[in-house]
Write a protein that binds this ligand. Sequence first.
Ligand SMILES: [Zn+2]
Length: 892
Amino acid sequence: MDTYAVHLAMAALVGASFVAVSAYYMHRKTLNQLLEFAKSVERESDETTPRTTTTRRSIPRSTPRSGGATAAGGRGMAITAALRRPVTLPLLFKIIGNALEKQQACLKYNGEIANQDVVDVEVVDSTIVILAASGCHWKSPSHASSTKRAGHLIRPTSPKSPVASASAFESVEGSDDEDNMTDNAKLNAYIHTNGNVVPECNSLFKDLPSQNNANGEQIPIAASSMIRSHSVSGDLHGVQPDPVAADILRKEPEHETFVRLNITPNEMPSPEEADVYRNLQACLELRQSYVFREAITPWEKEVISDPSTPKPNPSPFDYTPEGKSDHYFKMEDGVAHVYANEDSKEKLFPVADATTFFTDLHHILKVIAAGNIRTLCHHRLVLLEQKFSLHLMLNADREFLAQKSAPHRDFYNVRKVDTHVHHSACMNQKHLLRFIKSKLRKEPDEVVIFRDGTYLTLKEVFESLDLTGYDLNVDLLDVHADKSTFHRFDKFNLKYNPCGQSRLREIFLKQENLIQGMSLFSHLSEMLKLHVEKGFSFLFCRFLAELTKQVFSDLAASKYQMAEYRISIYGRKMSEWDQMASWIVNNDLYSENVVWLIQLPRLYNVYKEMGIVTSFQNILDNIFLPLFEVTVDPDSHPQLHVFLKQVVGLDLVDDESKPERRPTKHMPTPAQWTNIFNPAFSYYVYYCYANLYTLNKLRESKGMTTIKFRPHTGEAGDIDHLAASFLTAHNIAHGINLRKSPVLQYLYYLAQIGLAMSPLSNNSLFLDYHRNPFPMFFSRGLNVSLSTDDPLQIHLTKEPLVEEYSIAASVWKLSSCDLCEIARNSVYQSGFSHALKSHWIGKEYYKRGPDGNDIHRTNVPRIRLEFRDLIWREEMQLVYLGNASFAEYMEP
Ligand SMILES: [Zn+2]
């Protein structure tokens, strides 16, 4: 053997060993230094701040060995444990290197907060190391973050592109990777750095939460991190309460603060803009001069001191004679005027006459058509939408957190009112089918219809249709809207005929059949079925009453859902009111979850053609004179008197897309309206409004309930429908056409007029779901609620209102906070009593802004309403050029 080669080999071996050994020691030294460094940091913070388990609990759980150690020791152990793992070594270096850098950077900025600069290293499982630090500008939003979050922290903190998120859900739930670092965390980071560099920036953010624990340490909060911390701790240690979460849950939700948007510069409108704003002011003031408002608000009339649930009325239909007053009323040019007595010449409740109304309407129409006004309003609306997006980006997590901390409440048990639903379509198709089958089984020999000179029993009707109960199914029933109904209001109405048979509709969905011995208007209904509006129904059907009661009991069972059913009065004869009232009273149709609206189909031309009426005045007489009679002398129609206590509104219904001629300033009076054409929408609006106005004034003066004007408007047709309702209506149903007029949309926003929108119904009739403006209106802050319109034709499930919310939430990504806000709006828009509203949405629900909110009842965070109120006030100040004055309370 060549010794030289052997020596060489030995030397190489020794050299390599030496290198290896020295490398090992160097390595170890570095590690020890790091360990020492970590410990020194630990000591430092221990010396300056007595720590609580709240902020350090994340470490000891890392390995079994650290279980019994003190928190500080535990932290060291955790690091050691991590160091032993070769797999994690490079990662750890990277983290700690990063940590050092950050630490130094942090110290540079923030010498005084060195005590808070804690490096937490946490081993969640064998391969993943989590690094979390608190109290510095690069802190993680939570100690016990998820593994994904850790991934973020070791990434360079390049700012994520600020994509405007359209909903809270997007930023909370849709955060799989990129979005994992919550907006809150980034915001905090931004503020901490900024706050020191530019001190005056602090004022902008002075309302940021200063979530300090007892030791003055900052506890970062972020809703999404709270969720994850729960799940992580659950995975590792079973159910272990998260002290941070618990700490926040203990706080009153009202104490949540939020990041206020302060992006509106001090805008000085140019002279032209000021001119536009003055025009808008004039429109708003016109509305104020028209709309009926109660002189004494319900909350002044009735102070609720008892916080318990309002007792249901044990005898809602009891009549106590009230006596007649001296009031005298007569129709003058289509409007009933009231006098103190028969001899008095002075109108007690003057109301704007038709010429004034149409003049004002034309003024509004002129304003909404002006190019410069349209442009400005459009800009304002877009800005409103952007502000809401920004609010969500900054505060969605806080909102969600506030919702979580409201005990007991969630979307399912906040009250929601179906603010727009037609009574004759209020059951779903399966319910109707089951009902028809059960009637056919149990009462086959009931005489139900008079047809072609003979009386037919239910069984005979089915025989004449060649149908048995067994044949019936939902498809045969064929009441559901489908694609054939789109833009075909007429076909939609035909869907009201079960099995395409008007006979079945007469029996089950209409009133004037034989069951209570009423004569049939079969010829009429045959005529009407081609023309009537949705929600068509007649009086006096026992079957319909039974069906209604079943729907009532379904509502009662759901407890948190209420409905405002619309039921038709046609104005063909005066006795309709008494018939309706006796149907309600005799069938005992009362529910704590239900109030009634009267809907008036705009069918003058149909009745005129049929010879039922001679002029439009006949219809007005038939509708309003009985109401004045019963108000002056309740004894004259006792059943109607008690029924009216549950009637909260008057609605106008029919196909708005029918062509019509826009009214001029000087229109014929209703008595002169004898031609065969249907008057325009705004003509109906004015006469209903004016008569209702004097009626309400009279009823209010006698201490009776009032009836608000709440027409269907803006579902289709001309924009002047929405202008007419803007002047006169309390709130409206639909309003989707507001998307076509930025000026009116802006005015509806400023006046906060309620819109009871039904996107699923629109989808069947006039507007595809994905084009529906609901989400846009909601973002902009219009006062919107969701409603079902016609569950029989549209919905598939037992809870149509929840179905409506559910689809909206899915398609438009509405968050739980959004849904609860919409539900709150619906209660606010509804006509339920002051006592019930107080119970449902909070004792002081009538106060403006966040003071009117009670998160314990509505599950709407204060933050949301504070934001809405803030933005609305800013907008009003702008329109009123800084001179807006705000009443403390909302308008009744
Ligand atoms: Zn409707």
